[in-house]
Design a protein around this ligand. Structure first.
Ligand SMILES: Cc1cc2nc3c(=O)[nH]c(=O)nc-3n(C[C@H](O)[C@H](O)[C@H](O)COP(=O)(O)OP(=O)(O)OC[C@H]3O[C@@H](n4cnc5c(N)ncnc54)[C@H](O)[C@@H]3O)c2cc1C
Length: 422
């Protein structure tokens, strides 16, 4: 049995723990927070996430806590004109094989945490355990926590997010890239939402140097609001209060309904958006990275957490519970995942540019049904947001988790010894 330490109990770390335990590993999760409280916010979960949830045996639980939007709609924020839409009903389900849902982050975490209970003998969660040091040799890995305690194991996974200490220990490749965009987040009771915006859709209002994403949560009782705009700020984490006057300036060209929604929020949480250029290598010997630690991604395709969940499945399949092939398994994991996550990192940046277009680019983005180029752009926007197809292709890639077609073409398995089931 392989003994694996995971640093970080975010969506990536918890998914990895479940996937590894299902393959027979002994798992210790180390989370620096003393209490697991996810910031109050929503999350979009594409069909690829639901494919992974099925493999983890938590699809039904995730369906129960999620809200089912009926469409994903891109709207021009100054004029209110609809640019394009993707219906998310039965034809979508038939095409991708799994649903598109949105959820409250705390609920998603609760499902993952509860599922840990199925592996009581295999998974241990250590809260208040901040990992500061990593060492490895031919026999195994040694972690040092903030109290100076040493912990040993066969393998280590850094699922410790954007500002990963494990990444720094491996590569020391500097801090993430500050994108120049910041996000303000809030969750409102639906009663506070202007009627024009109270729909069952995921709405993405795009305008010059800003955009707004909003959708219902928790059986429609809550409304998630994320406002993103250009800014030169640079601070870490969600523990910052957003300044409403800065937001109002950024959205001054938005239509009245959008401005009215923003005015309903009393307290904004602020996050400086960062990513990295894709890197070819995440693993060194018995240590690897997963999720934002490996491939931090701007949120414009709503795929960062979905990628972390996909990583978890592929990693467990590559490791396959075998202590004798940890380094080879991590190399195989990286080779399988790097092209797809790199594509999503780059496509997310492109989507940011499309969302925030000004001048002629904004005009070109508007719906012009008589022009085939414009029609193709609209299709590509939707495909990009779904994270299930390359730009310019309507057919999902082979090897992509999350489509029945892809599953038939190329099951998510590790070709070098690991097995494809969980
Ligand atoms: C505004 C916004 C909206 C987004 N919307 C979506 C969306 O709709 N859909 C989607 O798929 N993605 C979305 N994302 C991206 C998504 O939130 C991230 O990609 C995802 O949370 C990454 O998960 P993770 O587990 O890799 O890292 P994290 O969630 O960052 O978890 C890392 C964990 O490691 C812990 N940790 C850090 N350092 C240490 C240490 N030294 N020792 C111990 N523990 C440590 C942290 O406390 C944390 O709990 C969005 C991101 C943003 C900013």
């Amino acid at each position: 049995m392989v003994s694996v330490h995971i640093v970080g109990a975010g969506i990536g770390g918890l998914s990895a723990a479940l996937a590894l335990a299902a393959k027979g590993s002994q798992v210790s999760i180390h989370e620096r927070a003393s209490k697991l409280t996810e910031v109050g916010a929503g999350i979009q979960l594409g069909p690829n996430a639901f494919r992974a949830f099925e493999l983890l045996g938590i699809q039904q639980e995730m369906e129960r806590i999620a809200f089912a939007p009926d469409a994903l709609v891109l709207l021009d924020s100054p004029s209110g004109v609809e640019i394009c839409r993707q219906e998310l009903g039965e034809p979508f389900f038939q095409r991708f094989g799994y649903p598109y849902r949105v959820g409250y982050r705390a609920d998603v975490h609760a499902v993952l945490l509860q599922a840990l209970g199925r592996y009581r003998d295999q998974i241990t969660l250590h809260l208040g355990s901040e990992i500061r040091g990593v060492h490895q040799d031919a026999q195994g890995v040694t972690l040092t926590d903030a109290s100076g305690q040493s912990l040993h194991g066969d393998a280590l996974i850094g699922a410790d997010g954007l500002w990963s200490a494990v990444r720094t220990a491996l590569w020391a490749d500097g801090p993430p890239r500050v994108s120049g965009h910041i996000a303000f987040r809030a969750v409102l009771p639906v009663e506070a939402v202007p009627p024009a915006l109270l729909t069952d859709q995921v709405q993405v209002w795009v305008g010059p140097d800003h955009h707004l994403v909003c959708y219902k949560l928790r059986a429609g009782a809550l409304f998630n609001v994320v406002a993103i705009f250009h800014s030169s700020r640079s601070v870490q984490g969600w523990d910052h209060t957003g300044d409403p006057s800065e937001l109002a300036r950024a959205f001054e060209s938005a239509c009245p309904a959008v401005q009215q929604l923003l005015q309903q929020v009393d307290a904004w949480r602020m996050w400086v958006l960062c990513d990295r250029n894709p890197t070819p290598q995440w693993s060194v010997g018995r240590v690897t990275l997963l999720g934002d630690a490996a491939h931090p991604t701007l949120p414009y395709l709503a795929q960062g957490a979905c990628m972390a969940i996909e990583d978890a499945i592929t990693l467990a399949q590559c490791l396959d519970g075998r202590p004798d092939r940890v380094a080879a398994a991590f190399e195989a994991f990286e080779r399988l995942r790097q092209p797809r996550t790199a594509h999503v990192q780059e496509a997310s940046r492109q989507m940011g540019a499309i969302n925030h277009a000004t001048g002629a680019a904004r005009e070109a983005r508007k719906p012009q049904p008589c022009r085939p180029r414009s029609a193709r752009l609209r299709v590509d926007c939707v495909a990009l947001r779904l994270g299930a197809a390359r730009p310019g292709r309507s057919v999902p890639d082979a090897g992509v988790l999350g489509t029945r077609r892809a599953r038939a073409v190329n099951p998510p398995s590790c070709p070098e010894g690991g097995s494809g089931s969980l």
